[in-house]
Design a binder for this molecule. Structure first.
Ligand code: SAH
Length: 230
């Protein structure tokens, strides 16, 4: 890495600290995962700015502060099994995988998922499993194997009113889910802690802008554009 690139990393890390990111696991993941590997070539100069960036096909890679805030709110340990909905380019997956035991990630766009998997493999991230499916339904039973319940759940697309019930069902008692909730233009990032079988503590983290959670699996580029403009 050249000096300029190293300086940009240090600047971003200092900025994240100033904005309340104190978890050392999260800070080292943000420092070590090469964000430039997840953005298009012509944007690698901006990879270490605290900005969301377009990753093609109308999708975006989230702003580093939002990724760090969501990850910190999960209170991850290296024992955690994490469910992620909305793989996108795979950047958040790589951050999670750096800290936790294993990430199970679901993306509804098959083409995006394949690209993300190829990127993660090239970066030698091994502790993740990725599938194309509708994440609102939770992780499916595959070949008779049930992965739920999960210690932590992170959703990187917005729910209209409240988190999908199927996701709550897959969260362990004592577990945490982080998810943006609300209509476009007034979304709030929320942390839900499942305290007992019946009760959940809810905390607002920050206002955010995410693409909406959409149902079903998508295979085509046209459908992808339709999904973004909705
Ligand atoms: N975490 C990503 C950003 C995700 S953008 C990153 O780090 O780059 C949100 C993603 O959620 C999009 O790729 C979108 O296709 C996906 N998505 C929306 N609804 C979904 C659903 N029901 N199941 C799975 N993925 C979904």
């Amino acid at each position: 890495m050249n000096t300029q690139a190293a300086n940009k990393r240090i600047r971003l890390l200092m900025h994240l600290r100033q904005r309340g990111i104190t978890d050392t696991g999260v800070l080292s993941a943000m420092e070590r995962v090469a964000r430039e590997a997840f953005v298009p070539d012509h944007l690698t100069d901006q990879a270490w700015e605290d900005m969301a960036l377009p990753i093609g096909l109308g999708q975006t890679i989230s702003q580093p502060l939002v990724v760090a805030t969501m990850t910190q709110a999960l209170e991850l340990t290296d024992m955690d099994k994490v469910l992620e909905i909305g793989t996108g380019c795979g950047y958040q997956t790589a951050i999670l995988a750096y800290i936790c035991r294993r990430v199970y990630t679901i993306e509804r766009h098959k083409a995006l998922l394949e690209e993300a998997e190829a990127r993660l493999n090239a970066l030698r991230v091994r502790n993740f499993t990725a599938i194309a499916a509708d994440g609102m339904k939770g992780w499916p039973v595959i070949n008779g194997i049930q992965q739920a319940p999960f210690d932590k759940i992170i959703v990187t697309a917005a729910a209209r009113e409240k988190p999908p019930a199927a996701l709550f069902d897959q969260l362990k008692v004592g577990g945490v889910m982080v998810i943006p909730v609300g209509e476009p233009g007034e979304q709030m990032l929320r942390r839900y802690k499942r305290e007992t079988e019946e009760s959940t503590a809810i905390r607002d983290l920050m206002p955010v802008r995410f693409v909406p959670l959409l149902p079903d699996v998508s295979f085509g580029v046209n459908d992808m554009n339709a999904a973004v403009s909705s």
